[in-house]
Design a protein around this ligand. Structure first.
Ligand SMILES: [Zn+2]
Length: 197
C-alpha cells in the first residue's frame, strides 16, 4: 500500500504513544494530503526540537536551555524543590498552575520487581543541590503506587536529619468528585487527610 516510504512513515507513527496502526494510517494520510502545509513544517519542527532539546543538568527537565527555563527563572522560589518521576509529571504540575518553586525529575521510581535501584535514578544532582543549601522543603509528588511509596520512603529516609522539610502531595476527593463513586482507597485516604473546614 503506497510504497516503502509510506509504509516506513506509518510504522514510525504507529510506535508513538496513543497511536496504533489504524490511527497511524489516518495521520499519515492527513499529512500526505497536504505535504507543504502540514508535513514539511512538522518535519522541520521535529528536527529543530531534536537538535535543540537537552536535559537540564540541575533538575532533569527537558528544555532548549541548560539550566532549564524554570531553574533559571529568578522569580521561582529556589527554597522549594518538587520531586517528580517524569518530565510529563512536571508538565502536568506546570499546567495545573499554583506552584512557584523548582523541580527535580527522577526519571522513574525505585522498583524491586522492575529491578530499578537508586543508582538507576537521577539522584546525584538532587543530593548535590540539597548539600549546597538554600532548600527548605522537598515536596514528593510521586505516584500513589507501591513503587511511588517505596521511592518516597527512600527519599524521606535519606533526607531525615538534613534540616530540610519533606512533604508529599495530599490524597483525597477530586475537584467536582462525588463521594459515592470514589474507590475505597481514595475515600479512606481522604478521611485520614481531613483538615479544618
Ligand atoms: Zn532545570
Amino acid at each position: 500500500m503506497g510504497g516503502p516510504e509510506i509504509e516506513h512513515l506509518i510504522g514510525l507513527l504507529a510506535k508513538l504513544p496513543g497511536l496504533g496502526p489504524r490511527s497511524a494510517r489516518r495521520v499519515a494520510l492527513r499529512l500526505l494530503q497536504q505535504p507543504e502545509a502540514r508535513m514539511l513544517p512538522l518535519a522541520t519542527a521535529l528536527q529543530d526540537a531534536a537538535r535543540a532539546t537537552r536535559s537540564c543538568s540541575l533538575c532533569g527537565n527537558l528544555d532548549s536551555h541548560d539550566p532549564c527555563t524554570i531553574c533559571a527563572d529568578p522569580e521561582r522560589d529556589a527554597a522549594l524543590v518538587c520531586v517528580v518521576e517524569t518530565v510529563g509529571d512536571l508538565w502536568a504540575l506546570e499546567r495545573a498552575g499554583g506552584y512557584r518553586g523548582r523541580y527535580h525529575v527522577l526519571g522513574g521510581t525505585l522498583s524491586a520487581l522492575g529491578g530499578t535501584g537508586p543508582e538507576d535514578l537521577n539522584l546525584a544532582p538532587l543530593f548535590r543541590r540539597l548539600e549546597q543549601g538554600g532548600v527548605s522543603e522537598v515536596i514528593l509528588a510521586l505516584s500513589a503506587t507501591v513503587d511511588g511509596a517505596t521511592t518516597a520512603h527512600f527519599l524521606a529516609d535519606r533526607l531525615a536529619g538534613s534540616g530540610v522539610a519533606v512533604t508529599r502531595l495530599a490524597q483525597g476527593v477530586p475537584i467536582g468528585g462525588a463521594l459515592d463513586v470514589l474507590d475505597d482507597g481514595t475515600l479512606a485516604a481522604a478521611v485520614r487527610a481531613r483538615r479544618p473546614a
